[in-house]
Design a protein around this ligand. Structure first.
Ligand code: MG
Length: 415
């Protein structure tokens, strides 16, 4: 592999694997969305310390090249709709194309141009939502392929490593019963985590129960480990005709959780209610975090310009992929806002997140899904695990450094 004068890369190979001095540009030969079916359902179980993520469906994106380099990424979206957008049938005019058709025979190293080409090719039905989610995962795959071709860990391609260690926080769900929350928090402490986040579930529906749950968790974590709270913004809606909390109610929530000393309260306002975020942040006694549903740099700049949050949480399989995440990091730094990726499902996303977070000037934590289902754990055979000191390793092998268990994928594949 070498860089030519234009900065694009080419691989020198022969059928024997030996260099033969003939330069060939890598070409994309296939892009597909693979649907996997599992047998577990999202949620928590009484008397158990483990929660389950989306254990019923998982969508993987696979990008293949003519040089044998392959990129993998998961994509968290409405999985059953994703294959149509990736490898379905295009319609005639530009703007109605599928992503595979846009990318076939292209040079995968040309990430920025291909991002634009995908964005234009899907402009009439895409721009946000599932199309942008699929684009994000494809973009990650292209970056992985680019790093494989250069024989360097992905973080080198993203600008180089600035973090020696990345503290991980255990990410899980709230249980209904305070005792179950206590049991889970204790398990995270025993596993060596320095911090834990609890989210969704029953939180935000009843102030009294919220307080009992947080007391139980804080007692189990002790005073030295960090706590993150992810109340969700729909909680009150389920019991109240899908009414969102008012600004005042959201501010009250922040005051209610403040005694438990959270490092942030996350994603408790509907993502379109930018003004509410700014209002609450201005007055809140605790820092605010959000961004997992946002897509494109324009959404993130809107949050930054409006003063919505203290921490931005782009999900690399939704925000627009690594190409957009690099822009987010730049903009966030200008606003003195931290970036901590949303990283919830498989080790593929943990891998992309650790590479990206390792390149940031400030990286307080990485999110580690402590509620992996058999499906989300199985796709990589549980590759990534916590170091003894509560940090996550950044893969050092070329590319992403997280291998997919192809046999497992074939066994669970339904399309
Ligand atoms: Mg969240």
């Amino acid at each position: 592999m070498a860089f030519d004068r234009c900065g694009t890369w080419r691989i020198v190979t022969s059928t024997s694997g030996q260099s033969e001095g003939a330069w060939r540009t890598v070409r994309i030969t296939d892009v597909e969305c693979i649907l996997l079916r599992g047998d577990e359902t999202y949620g928590t179980r009484r008397n158990e310390a483990d929660a389950i993520d989306q254990g019923d469906w998982l969508a993987l994106i696979r990008v293949e090249t003519d040089q044998g380099l392959v990129g993998w990424s998961e994509v968290e979206t409405l999985t059953t709709a994703a294959p149509s957008i990736v490898q379905g049938t295009s319609m005639g005019p530009i703007g109605f194309h599928t992503l595979r058709d846009v990318l076939m025979d292209e040079d995968p190293s040309d990430t920025e141009r291909l991002w634009n080409k995908m964005f234009v090719g899907t402009a009439y039905y895409g721009r946000r939502g599932i199309a942008l989610h699929c684009m994000s995962a494809i973009d990650n795959c292209l970056w992985s392929i680019k790093a494989q071709a250069a024989s360097v860990p992905l973080y080198e391609m993203l600008g180089g490593r600035k973090q020696d260690t990345l503290p991980a926080y255990a990410s899980s769900l709230f249980w209904d019963d305070p005792e179950d929350n206590h049991r889970a928090a204790r398990a995270f402490v025993d596993a060596g985590y320095r911090a834990a986040k609890f989210g969704w579930g029953p939180f935000g529906e009843d102030a009294g129960r919220d307080t009992e749950i947080l007391s139980a968790i804080r007692e189990a974590l002790g005073p030295d480990r960090d706590l993150m709270i992810d109340p969700g913004w729909y909680g009150i809606g389920r019991s109240d005709g899908y009414r969102f909390r008012t600004r005042r109610e959201n501010l009250e929530l922040c005051h209610r959780v403040a005694p438990y000393n959270p490092v942030w309260v996350e994603d408790f306002i509907h993502p379109e209610y930018v003004g509410d975020y700014a209002y609450v942040r201005e007055r809140s006694p605790v820092p605010l975090a959000a961004g997992e549903q946002l897509t494109t740099i324009w959404d993130f700049r809107r949050y930054l310009d409006s003063g919505c949050v203290d921490i931005l949480q782009p999900d690399l399989t939704r925000c627009g992929g690594l190409t957009v995440a690099l822009l987010i990091a730049e903009s966030a730094a200008e606003h003195d806002v931290d970036v901590i990726t949303h990283s919830w499902i498989s080790d593929l996303l943990h891998g992309y997140s650790t590479h990206y977070m390792a390149t940031l000037a400030r990286a307080r934590y990485v999110e580690f899904n402590a509620a992996q289902s058999r499906l989300s754990r199985g796709v990589t055979s549980g590759t990534m695990s916590l170091n003894d000191d509560g940090t996550l390793p950044v893969p050092e092998t070329p590319g992403l450094g997280v291998d997919v268990d192809v046999e497992f994928v074939e066994h669970h594949r339904v399309n």
